[in-house]
Design a protein around this ligand. Structure first.
Ligand SMILES: [Zn+2]
Length: 322
């Protein structure tokens, strides 16, 4: 396998992470002017994602503390270029779902997003510091996995960049879920890891960029599902079943189920292509609806006064697509 030079892929990455692909399609997304007429007269608009999804904001009321972002220096030569690009792009702050959530919740203290060289692969929520840490090592590994698929399967030239960006989004939102559970003292029954996987999926399904089509939204989540599957071993010793995470295979199918269940018409391909067994698919609309409503009811009491709204109104943004 011939790998492109680091310089070449970083250039592609720099463009691709910002706008979703090396081809440079898209750009900073704007709201459709037609939507401004539907919000109260004292309200501004907080862009909360895909076309038509705008939160009315009451400008005279307080917002929650703004998120903070810090892109820490890397030491290893292979990671310094990644750090430079991440900082240049203001990568985490510019993720559509993070933009949509920023200031929406009455957090007891600011939540800080940090990228860093960790000496290990992963991303973490640090409760003591109120920080979400995303490791440069993870970004590098994601890109290399995406590039391997791109070359072996003769995929589009921007595939590896899109793969990296999609997974960064899912990981950041998964960790944001842990942070919200901790900072807002949310009750969670069952495995918290499953719950925050669900939140990340729902956010990517409902609060993605207004320029992304349903096909692109589905592709982003299926790339995230692929990464979960990549961590599946296929055969396990008994310790694996004791882990706080579900098995990779289970997380993979849970994610497929939420994608499909959110909009069975738009995402029918998941079942048609055999990625989700029909027996599981039948219950997925109900599962997706239950997940969306559960997270909505957990989060709604913690929405800052500026963005406060009724459950009915909130369901338009966070409920089932149809
Ligand atoms: Zn987790």
């Amino acid at each position: 396998m011939q790998l492109r030079s680091v310089g070449a892929w970083m250039l592609c990455w720099a463009v691709g992470l910002q706008v979703g692909g090396c081809a440079g399609t898209g750009g900073p997304h704007a709201l459709s002017p037609g939507h401004t007429a539907t919000v109260p007269s004292d309200a501004l608009i907080h862009d909360a994602g895909r076309t038509g999804m705008v939160l009315p904001t009451h400008a005279h009321r307080p917002a929650g503390p703004a998120f903070e972002f810090s892109y820490l220096p890397a030491i290893s030569p292979g990671l310094t270029k990644i750090q430079a690009r991440v900082r240049e792009l203001d990568l985490i702050r510019r993720l559509p779902e993070i933009q949509a959530l920023d200031g929406v919740f009455a957090l007891p203290r600011p939540l800080r997003y940090v990228t860093a060289e960790c000496g290990e692969l992963g991303a973490f929520y640090r409760p003591g510091r109120g920080e979400i840490e995303v490791c440069y090592e993870l970004l590098e590994t994601l890109y290399q996995r995406g590039l391997k698929q791109q070359l072996e399967q003769h995929l589009e030239a921007d595939y590896a960049v899109r793969y990296t960006r999609a997974n960064v989004r899912f990981v950041v939102l998964h960790e944001t879920g842990h942070a919200l559970v901790d900072l807002l003292d949310l009750p969670v029954t069952g495995r918290q890891e499953d719950a925050v996987d669900q939140l990340a999926a729902m956010l990517m399904l409902h609060f993605s960029s207004s320029e992304e089509t349903p096909a692109q939204v589905m592709e982003n989540l299926r790339m995230a599902a692929d990464w979960l599957l990549s961590r599946a071993a296929g055969a396990y010793d008994l310790d694996a079943y004791a882990d706080e995470h579900a098995l990779g295979e289970q997380r993979y199918f849970n994610l497929q189920c939420l994608i499909y269940g959110t909009d069975p018409a738009d995402y029918a391909g998941i079942v048609d292509q055999g990625d989700l067994p029909a027996a599981r698919a039948r219950g997925c609309p109900r599962e997706a609806r239950a997940v969306g409503q559960a997270w909505l009811r957990l989060l709604l009491p913690h929405v800052s006064p500026r963005y406060r709204m009724s459950e009915d109104k909130a369901l338009q943004f966070f409920g089932p697509a149809r």
